[in-house]
Design a protein around this ligand. Structure first.
Ligand code: F6R
Length: 612
């Protein structure tokens, strides 16, 4: 979704740093970009629909002035199409203030009518321009921070905004209600951004703003106030991500780089947490001791997209290893139905970003209904981490590719650890069984590496070449690998735009079997034990109807039955989703590459969906 960057500096020029920040934010998805800088005469703005290169062209053409204070934005259109005029920043009628905004102003139509009645002419279709004009109006009889507070008090909706006032002593104010916003404290001045990645090239000391905060930035300090104007204390945190994490290095795409980082992600997320002696897991994060877990009778999983697929695997792990019942829902459904939350419920949100609007809303709803809340999350300091009673951090590092890969694997690893912790805390898993399960995890890394060898990638590429022209794909799996079928289909759809459906293999004969023919390829995730047998008969049924089958997994008999095989080392049933998903990620990647798709920035998608 939209990205914000900005700064007010003691020394140096702001423009280059802002453009670099916007470049880092490109991964979130956008359709136009813009910047505003403060000059002695006021504000200068450049904005352009399309990619950042277009904006850079405008800056060169116009010999855009450099300055020490500025704000920038990448827009993902909500109100009005992606045009130059609708791109942010927007400037008020007097030309004094510029505003960039993430979020939605719900009452913008009534505010627009009011402004138009006063003779203020609005130039764009956006809700943001309405807010900009309101701030400009309030500025007639107050300072910038007060004017922003007064304008925001009239607004219904959610926002992260940055406001720049030009003149000989430029001012920068930012505010948050909903979408994330943070301030970075650097030696050369103060930065702001909607994402840690936008500020880490300058500093790792960050203040995460909270809902209702209005921050006034100078080049040497930050004052945060609440909506009533009372100063509130916000501690800065040191983030442990490196600026170098934001680069592609030698890789052609972030997605491929991130797929290859998965063995490291396994190690970083799990190895330091393993208590070999006790056959147990220790989390540094609070909230996971035996005492903490004693009152949990059931779990309500909530998530979106790929994270929801991780929640499905989490259900199998927690029910299978810890015998705690788990219910699941799309966060977007949970938040609007009238759910029954029983006493003793732990609401467990899973999210890479920790900022997904639907997941946050569902978690808040679960809390209102009496649940204790927890999250599995990849971004320290994110809203979800701060709002949950306990957080379990995945250590995937920044995920830049829009299609989630390594964050998914990190979520599966975290879920495995959590299932063991719960099983040990409840006395369901013995110390010896805990040790065995942890040993299986320890030995997983070389098996993951086998799937990332050049030879294996070549093999997958061959399959991709033979199937890239088919009409569509059916992904099938059962039990703990059913969500891997869902994830395989989602990955393929997202980055190659090919039609793909993920199905529980047992459901095949209840409908999808009608689609089987020579131009419909089926990717079947093989199983273990009884599930392996069941999946074998799916393969036979598809082949009997002339449908080509690509089998993935460790079950030799299933692989032999199929037309094509992506063989995965055996690692036992509980960990099999982690290995099985890797060939599916690679298959999607190769098909998308062959079809010439923009793999890291698939059309219409945003990395972090912070609006509904
Ligand atoms: C798919 C993908 C999305 C996200 C979903 C939730 O590749 O990335 O489906 O998984 O939008 O995002 P988070 O995990 O940030 O809550």
């Amino acid at each position: 979704m939209c990205g914000i960057v900005g700064a007010i500096l003691k020394r140096g020029q702001v423009l280059q740093g802002m453009i670099e920040g916007l470049r880092v934010l490109e991964y979130r998805g956008y359709d136009s970009a813009g910047v505003a800088v403060a000059t002695a005469d006021g504000i200068r703005v450049a904005k352009k629909a399309g990619r950042l290169e277009g904006l850079e062209g405008v800056l060169v053409e116009r010999d855009f002035p450099d300055a020490q204070a500025g704000i920038g934005h990448t827009r993902w259109a909500t109100h009005g199409p992606p045009t130059d005029l609708n791109a942010h920043p927007h400037v008020d009628d007097s030309g004094q203030v510029a505003v960039v905004h993430n979020g939605i102003i719900e009452n913008y139509l009534e505010l627009r009518d009011e402004l138009q009645a006063k003779g203020i002419e609005l130039k764009s279709d956006t809700d943001t321009e309405v807010l900009t004009q309101l701030i400009g109006e309030e500025l007639k009889d107050s300072g910038l921070a007060v004017a922003v507070g007064r304008a925001l008090a009239r607004v219904r909706g959610y926002y992260a905004i940055a406001v720049l006032r030009g003149g000989s002593s430029p001012e920068v104010v930012c505010a948050r209600q909903g979408p994330p916003l943070l301030v970075g404290l650097a030696r050369e001045g103060t930065w702001l951004g909607s994402d840690v990645l936008a500020v880490i090239p300058h500093t790792r000391d960050v203040i995460f703003l909270e809902d209702g905060d209005i921050a006034e930035l100078t080049a040497s300090e930050v004052t945060v106030r609440d909506m009533e104007g009372k100063v509130v204390k916000r501690e800065s945190q040191r983030v442990d991500w490196e600026a170098s994490h934001t680069g592609k290095g030698q890789w052609p795409h972030f997605m491929l780089k991130e797929i290859h980082e998965q063995p490291d992600v396994l190690a970083h997320t799990s190895f330091h947490r393993i208590d070999e002696e006790q056959g147990d897991v220790r989390f540094d994060e609070g909230g996971w001791t035996d005492a903490d877990l004693a009152g949990i009778d059931c779990i309500q999983g909530i998530a979106c997209g790929t994270a929801l697929h991780a929640a499905h695997v989490t259900r199998s792990l927690i029910e299978g290893l810890a015998r705690v019942p788990v219910d699941l829902d799309f966060a977007s459904e949970f938040r609007y139905r009238d759910p029954i939350v029983r006493p003793g419920t732990l609401a467990l949100a899973i999210s890479q970003s920790g900022e997904t609007a639907d997941t946050l809303a569902a978690l808040r709803k679960a809390r209102e209904l009496g649940a204790r809340t927890a999250c599995i999350c990849n971004v320290a300091g994110s809203t979800m981490v701060r709002e949950s009673d306990s957080a379990l951090m995945t250590q995937a590092g920044p995920e830049i590719g829009v299609a989630s890969t390594k964050a998914f694997v990190a979520q599966l690893v975290a879920a495995y650890l959590l299932a063991i912790r719960l099983g040990r805390a409840r006395g369901v898993l013995s110390r010896d069984r805990g040790r065995e399960l942890l040993n299986d995890l320890r030995t997983l890394r070389p098996k993951m590496e086998q799937l990332l060898s050049d030879d294996f990638r070549e093999h997958v590429l061959g399959i991709a070449q033979r199937h890239q022209g088919v009409k569509g794909f059916l992904f099938l799996g059962r039990g703990i690998n059913y969500p891997i079928a869902l994830e395989g289909a989602l990955k393929l759809k997202e980055i190659s735009y090919m039609h793909a459906e993920g199905y529980a293999a047992g459901e095949m004969k209840h409908g999808p079997i009608a689609m089987i023919e020579a131009w419909m390829s089926s990717v079947v995730v093989t199983g273990h034990g009884l599930m392996a047998q069941k999946v074998r008969s799916n393969i036979e049924q598809i082949r009997a109807r002339g449908g080509p089958v690509i089998a993935v997994g460790a079950d030799r008999e299933s692989l032999d039955l199929a037309d094509e095989a992506m063989e995965v080392p055996d690692c036992g049933e509980w960990l099999s989703p982690i290995l099985n998903v890797i060939p599916l990620q690679l298959l999607s990647y190769e098909i998308a590459r062959l079809r010439g798709c923009d793999i890291d920035k698939p059309r219409n998608l945003a990395k972090s969906v912070t609006v509904e």
